[in-house]
Design a protein around this ligand. Structure first.
Ligand SMILES: Nc1ncnc2c1ncn2[C@@H]1O[C@H](COP(=O)(O)OP(=O)(O)OP(=O)(O)O)[C@@H](O)[C@H]1O
Length: 363
């Protein structure tokens, strides 16, 4: 495998202990080599080869115990160029070869159209394509959604709600990209920290229906023929960063330039604080989410009853007459028309109604 480029500087979350911190004389796993780092997940002092081995083996165990793949399967890998999906691509390649999974992985990138962010990260994915010898498919919002890029959307609606648009569009775009490739399974780089955040958010919102299903490693929504899975579900973000750094993986480390969803940011900060005092908090929150025994009320039953049909606007599979992406597009296009007619930058008359509809959409 060709050697990836060295990252410009160590990642900010790198937690290699300073040289002055005394470590026990031998690695706590192999009892042979000198320890090199303290493992974020367990606090064990271990050497670098053991860190690589334990990190990769845990992902392999997740894959096999949950039977994520089958021999001969073609799987699309949601590749954003960021640390999580880059580590996922690299580790899946390593494991596929080491354990002979017999799976074909294809990189699938969505170009949301964010200048200074996604254009740069896509360059990273193009290099990953060469480094990992995987095919790459790029699908853009502009081609799928009436020529709208995220930059255009933010210029029209402002920073509020932009993550909602991006989330709905990206979810469908990944599905459509996979379908274009004739693939029915997309893996994403969601990690343990992301999972714990989601559990906490659903708990804080009192959203028991989502709490019940948000920890599932394999998901398939009622309006999608494509299933999703998260092989990094139990991998700590800090370990992903360390792994990428020590392996000198080529990834893009800039955050999205548009403001993240405030509530998720707060949950993230809380998780990070909890992790500082009790590293197992992340895995404990996921385990709690997995084992909550919730009485299934209307939410769970409704999903099963939903019938698949095609959206009357775009023809793509949907559980409603009009798919969520088209509902959002309708508002955007109405706003664009209003700006063209009035020549004004004011929020369109439809704006308020659209915000109300957004609140009713379940993402
Ligand atoms: N533009 C994209 N194209 C393809 N897949 C994407 C894209 N954006 C996100 N994903 C997938 O969704 C996962 C979670 O995305 P999220 O936006 O939370 O980014 P992240 O946690 O920073 O992950 P990463 O480090 O991989 O960018 C990513 O790991 C990736 O698999």
């Amino acid at each position: 495998m060709p050697q990836p480029r060295e990252p410009a500087q160590p990642p900010s979350t790198c937690i290699v202990p300073p040289r002055s911190v005394p470590l026990s004389t031998t690695c706590e796993l192999c009892h042979n080599r000198k320890p090199y780092l303290r493992r974020p997940k367990t606090g064990q002092k271990i050497c670098q080869p053991c860190f690589f081995h334990v990190f990769e083996t845990e992902i392999h165990n997740t894959i096999t115990s949950r039977k994520l793949f089958y021999r001969g399967e073609r799987v699309a890998l949601g590749a954003s160029g960021g640390k999580d999906s880059t580590v996922l691509a690299y580790v899946l390649k390593v494991l596929n070869e080491r354990y002979d999974y017999g799976v074909e992985f294809v990189l699938l990138s969505i170009d949301e159209g964010i200048k200074g962010y996604r254009d740069d990260s896509l360059e990273t994915v193009k290099r990953n394509k060469q480094q990992y010898d995987m095919a790459l498919e790029i699908v853009s919002y502009k081609e799928l959604y009436d020529d709208w890029s995220m930059d255009d959307i933010v210029a029209q609606i402002g920073n509020r709600n932009n993550c909602t648009y991006c989330g709905v569009f990206r979810r469908q775009a990944l599905d459509r990209g996979a379908q274009k490739l004739g693939i029915k399974h997309v893996v994403t780089g969601h990690n343990a920290d992301d999972m714990a955040e989601t559990v906490l958010m659903n708990l804080l919102r009192g959203d028991t229906a989502r709490l019940d299903r948000c920890t599932a490693i394999i998901t398939q929504s009622a309006d999608s023929p494509v299933k999703r899975s998260k092989p990094l579900k139990y991998a700590y973000e800090k370990e992903i960063v360390l792994y990428a750094h020590y392996k000198k993986l080529d990834y893009f480390s800039t955050e999205c330039i548009y403001s993240p969803e405030a509530f998720r940011g707060t949950a993230r900060a809380l998780i990070k604080n909890l992790e500082t005092v009790r590293p197992s908090a992340i895995i404990d929150i996921i385990r709690s989410g997995e084992t909550f025994a919730l009485e299934r009320k209307s939410g769970g039953a409704r999903l099963k009853e939903l019938k698949l049909r095609t959206c009357e606007r775009c023809g793509y599979i949907s559980s409603n007459r009009i798919c969520k992406a088209c509902v959002l597009l309708e508002g955007l296009n109405a706003g664009r028309a209003a700006v063209q007619v009035n020549g004004a930058e004011d929020e369109p008359a439809e704006g308020l109604a659209l915000h109300k509809r957004l609140e009713h959409l379940s993402f």
